[in-house]
Design a binder for this molecule. Structure first.
Ligand code: NAP
Length: 212
């Protein structure tokens, strides 16, 4: 089967994805970083997706997976990279109708995972590549990469990303420690081919193919 990994992100004009590491989508909409058009755009992407990959900080910020039935009648699986595990307070642990996986280099929160129906994939080497192989073997080939910057870096560095759907939002954040679209320290530049651009109110929706 074909695997396609699409990085879906909203960025400011200075390439940042939030003011701090734990800022939620809801908070971003409150200060007009994103808006309801972008939320609808993300929902449309989820309808055509089998799985979402994200980082622990992004999940800590949102608290939960998006609840969206895809075109196969199930919620996309939610795959979260973590080393420290997630707070028991998060709604994520109670979303039992959604397939949820924690990917970590050693076992995390074993009892909580068992009680909440969350899988823990323990991957010590090449975890991004191994995760993609596992999803492929299960027929979950339409993968959305939801960031944040740390997880995006991991996937771009391993040349796993096929497309980027970037919403450019009309603000400059300028935060010193704000999370970036891709964390600093990439070993080599990543190049893209522009495929489409749509202007909707003040937001620009860009689609790129990653050159490999
Ligand atoms: N604007 C947007 O479209 C958008 C999209 C996504 C996120 N965001 C925002 O971005 C911020 C979060 O971004 P971020 O860059 O700080 O964090 P992130 O990429 O969401 O998560 C980073 C975390 O991932 C885990 N991790 C990293 N490498 C790993 C590995 N090799 N194996 C296992 N786990 C690994 C670590 O978790 P542990 O801490 O458990 O070690 C690390 O702290 C939030 O504010 C969020 O709302 C914005």
């Amino acid at each position: 089967m074909t695997v396609t990994i699409t990085n879906v992100m909203a960025i400011s004009l200075d390439g940042l994805i939030g003011r701090n590491a734990f800022e939620s989508d809801v908070e971003r909409r409150k200060y007009n970083f994103t808006n309801s058009d972008d939320r609808e755009f993300v929902r449309e992407q989820l309808v055509c997706a089998d799985a979402v990959i994200t980082g622990a900080n992004s999940l800590r910020a949102s608290g939960c997976a998006w609840t969206v039935n895809n075109d196969r009648g199930v919620n996309p699986a939610w795959i979260v990279f973590t080393t420290k595990g997630l707070s028991v307070e998060l709604e994520f642990w109670r979303q039992k109708t959604i397939r949820r996986v924690l990917v970590s280099p050693f076992p995390v929160q074993e009892e909580l995972c068992a009680a909440s129906g969350v899988e823990n994939w323990i991957l010590t080497e090449n975890s991004p590549i191994e995760v993609v192989h596992r999803l492929e073997r299960e027929g979950l080939g339409r993968i959305l990469l939801f960031g944040g910057g740390a997880i995006n870096k991991l996937f771009y560095e391993n040349q796993l990303v096929d497309f980027a759907k970037i919403t450019v939002c009309p603000l400059v954040i300028g935060g010193v420690n704000s999370p970036r679209f891709v964390d600093l320290g990439l070993k080599a530049p990543v190049h893209f081919t522009a495929i489409a651009s749509v202007l909707k109110q003040d937001l620009v929706f860009l689609t790129y193919r990653v050159k490999k």
